[in-house]
Design a protein around this ligand. Structure first.
Ligand SMILES: [Zn+2]
Length: 395
């Protein structure tokens, strides 16, 4: 497979904006904005891409931004999505550009995702004379609440741009310089058990223990546990081929007790099985009742074929050792990129941001999440090349 854009050309253009993108990431990191509040971040993105001559539409599904790189030649349309919002927590990772907003921090790496999206668009815009087709950049708000993708889709982003494929990247606890392809991310489900009577508090504890007992995997804390998890994810049909991760919380008052439960599982068929199990157990106790969320949020399922195509391209571009194939979804995070993948085939790739020697494990949603910023340049080079290769392949 050949790309119109060779890697040396991409590398040269990308190198000219590496420092700018790191600066942009730090700026966004200092000024994190929670889901639905991405005014400053989206304005920054729109302003930079307009300055580069791209057609930019703002206010799509909230603070979403859509920017289009039109190649000089005719061809198909592919899309690339980057999420922009921060996590509602404080960060522990100490850096010179720490969050200046109490209760908000980029603990999921969306600041890097945004910088990579901007960088990829800038590189392709500079090389548009060699591009055949169109790349649509979708900067999405409100990923953390699983609302932003749906809001942009409902606002017509896919209908208006009609991409044949859509891609995204997510930071991952892999060594910086590496990328991985994988099956996707788990969806999620939740329910509440209401208990009454004099034994309500004890019953609640019993149900909470049952819910916790559904977990087949525990959240890693120590670096060696993270490593073990990443190793397990590389085993076909390994221990994470099917998993459940369950959390419970008990609250009680004068009127009884309740148990809140939150689940991630892979594959999605596990949710129906778990709902049946829970209904049976709760039904066996008079006076107890369970309420489920309307329906589970769907898993993000990547195309196995496009993953294989991407792995081949990325190995050629970045080196055979730089690309890993994962055979299991990461058990503790989901992503509402799921909503895009339900409409358009594509994949999310995993971008290594870890640097253990520097004390950076790169585990998203940890309070001490940190990222090696060299990952931004890796992501830009990988995605600029891969997206242009898809335009050529889809002609
Ligand atoms: Zn995320």
């Amino acid at each position: 497979m050949s790309s119109a854009l060779d890697h040396a050309t991409i590398d040269e253009v990308a190198a000219s904006i590496d420092d700018e993108l790191i600066g942009m990431r730090r700026d966004i990191h200092r000024h994190p904005e929670l889901a639905g509040e991405e005014r400053r971040t989206s304005a920054l993105v729109a302003e930079r891409l307009r300055a580069a001559g791209l057609a930019v539409v703002t206010g799509v599904g909230g603070h979403g931004v859509v920017a289009v790189v039109d190649g000089a030649g005719d061809g198909p349309t592919v899309a690339y999505r980057a999420d922009m919002d921060a996590v509602d927590d404080d960060e522990l990772f100490d850096c010179a550009f720490s969050s200046q907003v109490p209760g908000a921090a980029h603990l999921c790496g969306h600041d890097l995702h945004t910088a990579i999206g901007v960088g990829t668009a800038l590189v392709l815009a500079r090389l548009r004379e060699q591009l055949n087709g169109r790349v649509v950049f979708v900067f999405q708000p409100a990923e953390e609440t699983c609302e932003g993708a749906r809001a942009m889709i409902e606002d017509g982003v896919l209908e208006r741009t009609a991409p044949r494929e859509i891609y995204a990247l997510h930071c991952a606890p892999l060594p910086v310089g590496m990328l991985a392809v994988g099956p996707g991310q788990a969806g999620q489900d939740g329910f509440r058990i209401e208990l009454a009577g004099s034994d309500a508090a004890d019953d609640a504890k019993r149900f909470a223990a049952m819910i916790d007992g559904l977990s087949t995997v525990g959240r890693p804390h120590a670096p060696e546990q993270v490593q073990r998890l990443m190793d397990d994810m590389q085993i076909p049909d390994g221990p994470l081929a099917r998993f459940v991760f369950a959390l419970s919380h008990v609250s009680s008052g004068d009127d009884g007790a309740r148990v809140h439960a939150w689940l991630r599982a892979w594959p999605d068929s596990r949710y129906a099985e778990i709902r049946d199990e829970v209904r049976r157990s709760v039904g066996a106790l008079p006076g107890a009742r369970v309420e489920f969320t309307e329906q589970p949020f769907p898993a993000m399922v990547c195309s196995p074929e496009l993953n294989a195509t991407a792995a081949t391209y990325l190995r050629g571009a970045l080196g055979a050792d730089a690309v890993m194939t994962l055979h299991a979804a990461y058990p503790f995070n989901g992503d509402d990129f799921a909503d895009f993948l339900q409409q358009v085939p594509g994949a999310m790739f995993y971008l290594g941001v870890a640097n253990p020697e520097a004390g950076i494990h790169g585990l998203p949603h940890s309070p001490d999440f940190g990222a090696d910023e060299r990952a931004i340049g890796v992501g830009v080079r990988a995605m600029a090349g891969f997206l242009s290769s898809r335009l050529d392949a889809l002609v």
